[in-house]
Design a protein around this ligand. Structure first.
Ligand code: AMP
Length: 293
């Protein structure tokens, strides 16, 4: 008897497509509907990614996790070269979570024509907040996500709320381009002290790690103050984050959940506060839902 070991690690588009085709036939032969779920990642997996994979396993029949550090979404001065790459331990973690396939292509497999390749544009919101700090980032992100959707043809794709603007833009791309995929969003996984898990946290030394907590503490303070209105929430977050050492705030903004444009001071309803800061030398982002009565 052959023992099938999961997940299968695949690095070419052709092989992934043919393996997925077989896997779907296998599920269909057992009389089931084969729902394919995709979890796009850049690897260096932590418990936040694992939560996405668990959601994927619960949501469908065939789970594909992509691991690809997408050069298109990194600026020239950014950390593309030093971004952590830990494929072996990532695959071990994905085996524990029950993923079926790991798609880990080389850059030339995804972009055989290099920088000359076609790109999507994320539009006006793609130039705000993270997009203002990282020009072209969201165009590159949407381009690779669209490619992954076309390669895997998932019924469902799972993303983390941690990257709130990314979720907004992916959901809008799916609507704008009439893509046949359902987006599921998993809440941000945090350390006990509130720090949102991130692959970049491993770059924080001890003082920076302590200082980084101020982002989630500030957001929590904002959510608690939101009953008094938008300005009160912003003041509450600034009071915490502004007092933290080593934290250089980039933006702190309250956005409308449907447009991702900043809300007016007298706005009432659901909103989201987004924050980004460089802590020590590491850029971190976080966000929280605000209920402004
Ligand atoms: P990345 O590998 O950073 O591109 O992230 C891959 C996916 O994992 C994205 O959908 C992220 O939003 C999600 N993710 C990253 N960190 C977390 C976290 N702490 N909690 C939930 N999802 C996360």
């Amino acid at each position: 008897m052959t023992v099938l070991t999961k997940p299968e690690v695949i690095d070419t588009i052709d092989e992934l497509r043919s393996r997925l085709c077989l896997a779907k036939q296998n599920v269909a032969a057992k009389g089931g509907d084969a729902h394919v779920v995709l979890v796009p990642t850049m690897g260096a997996l932590h418990d936040g990614h694992r939560a996405l994979v668990r959601r994927a396993v619960a949501a469908g029949d065939i789970v594909v996790v992509s691991i690809f550090v997408n050069p298109l979404q990194f600026g020239v001065d950014e950390d593309l070269d030093t971004y952590p790459r830990t494929l072996e331990t990532d695959v071990a973690a994905l085996a524990e979570e029950g993923a079926d396939f790991v798609f880990a292509p080389h850059t030339r497999e995804m972009y055989p024509d290099g920088a000359a390749s076609t790109r999507l544009t994320a539009g006006a919101v793609g130039g705000l907040y993270e997009g203002a700090a990282r020009p072209g980032h969201f165009d590159g992100m949407l381009t690779v996500v669209a490619k992954l959707f076309n390669i895997v043809e998932p019924d469902i794709a799972v993303f983390g709320q941690k990257d709130a603007q990314q979720v907004f833009l992916v959901e809008r791309m799916v609507a704008d381009l009439n893509l046949r995929v359902r987006i599921e969003v998993v809440p941000t996984v945090r350390e006990d002290n509130g720090l949102a898990l991130s692959s970049r946290n491993r770059n924080l030394d001890e003082p920076a790690r302590t200082a980084a907590r101020s982002l989630s503490v500030g957001l929590t303070a904002a959510a608690a103050a939101a009953h008094a209105g938008v300005p009160a929430a912003i003041v509450a977050a600034h009071a915490v984050i502004g007092a933290a050492p080593l934290v250089k705030l980039d933006y702190l903004v309250v956005v409308h959940p449907h447009t991702y444009l900043p809300v007016d001071d007298d706005y009432r309803g659901q909103a989201r506060m987004l924050v980004a800061a460089v802590v020590g030398s590491t850029r971190l982002i976080d966000n929280i839902s605000l209920d402004i009565p």
